[in-house]
Design a protein around this ligand. Structure first.
Ligand SMILES: C[S@@+](CC[C@H](N)C(=O)[O-])C[C@H]1O[C@@H](n2cnc3c(N)ncnc32)[C@H](O)[C@@H]1O
Length: 266
């Protein structure tokens, strides 16, 4: 089935942060229809960060398109002095701020921390320095903030618009391969349909060197009513030279031009 692209404005108008968290982040394994994709995400993120500690030291992590989620930050807070969360949609940024302020009704992330939950949550709250609006379709996704950084790519769709990553920085892309949609409430949100070779060749053209690739088959499409991805993957890329900035590109990053909003999913 053909899906129109649900870009930032569609998310701003329709996305329900709390429902997203309940649907996809209520348990350690994630949504039951999607197999144990969240477990894979968390386990491979931990292993990637352990791998990185042997090679580079971390200072700043920018989580691009965080949505209302904190799993990446909870994992990375162990390794980075500063974390910046970002998303296009206001209710997502507010959901993160709610958790930072320990407000009642904030999502429970204890299943991600695995151990020493209180310590880790405290550490995470202390290293998250900002929750910013970002728009990955723009050359400067954090406008009007201008980053004094060299250029690099932050979204699969916009691999030609290198804007954030320093040479020497590390880019982590975690996402789904060959996925056209995922479901939240009555809407189907469109996803960039990409395969492994597309991601590889786009990043290699930009001077990135692959360091690690992990993938896990998705659930049986016949029984998955939430989405249609074939594989969940994690790519770790190194951009040649100096310093570091670690960027985590969101699962199911949107991008591209939306012609009209997605059709309600009846
Ligand atoms: C499927 S959610 C992913 C959220 C989270 N990273 C995760 O792993 O669950 C996609 C996110 O992309 C955000 N988004 C949509 N358009 C965007 C844009 N133009 N710039 C930045 N973020 C955008 C949405 O608000 C949404 O939070």
């Amino acid at each position: 089935m053909q899906h129109d692209f649900t870009e930032g404005e569609f998310y701003q108008a329709n996305f329900e942060a709390a429902a997203y968290l309940t649907t996809y982040y209520s348990s350690e394994t994630g949504n039951a229809f999607e197999g144990s994709q969240l477990l894979f995400h968390i386990d491979s993120s931990f292993s990637i960060l352990l791998f990185l500690t042997g090679h580079i030291t971390g200072k700043l992590l920018i989580d691009i398109g965080s949505g209302p989620t904190l799993h990446n930050a909870l994992i990375a807070s162990e390794y980075f002095q500063e974390i910046i969360m970002s998303d296009y949609v206001e209710c997502n940024r507010k959901e993160i701020e709610k958790w930072l302020r320990r407000e009642s009704g904030a999502h429970d992330w204890s299943h991600v921390s695995k151990s020493t939950i209180e310590e880790r949550e405290e550490k995470t709250r202390s290293v998250i320095k900002q929750v910013l609006k970002c728009d990955v379709t723009q050359i400067n996704p954090f406008h009007p903030i201008v980053w004094s950084l060299q250029t690099a790519d932050i979204s699969v769709m916009h691999l030609g618009n290198a804007t954030l990553l320093k040479p020497g920085g590390t880019l982590i892309i975690i996402g789904m391969l060959k996925e056209t949609f995922y479901t939240l409430g009555k809407y189907k949100y469109s996803c960039l349909y990409i395969d492994q070779n597309f991601v590889k060749s786009a990043l290699q053209k930009q001077g990135f060197v692959i360091q690690k690739f992990e993938a896990k088959p998705g659930p049986d499409k016949a029984t998955n009513i939430m989405s249609d991805f074939e594989r969940k993957y994690l790519f770790l890329w190194h951009r040649k030279q100096v310093d570091l900035l670690y960027i985590c590109v969101p699962v199911r990053l949107t991008g591209g031009r939306m012609k009209r909003p997605s059709v309600p999913n009846n």
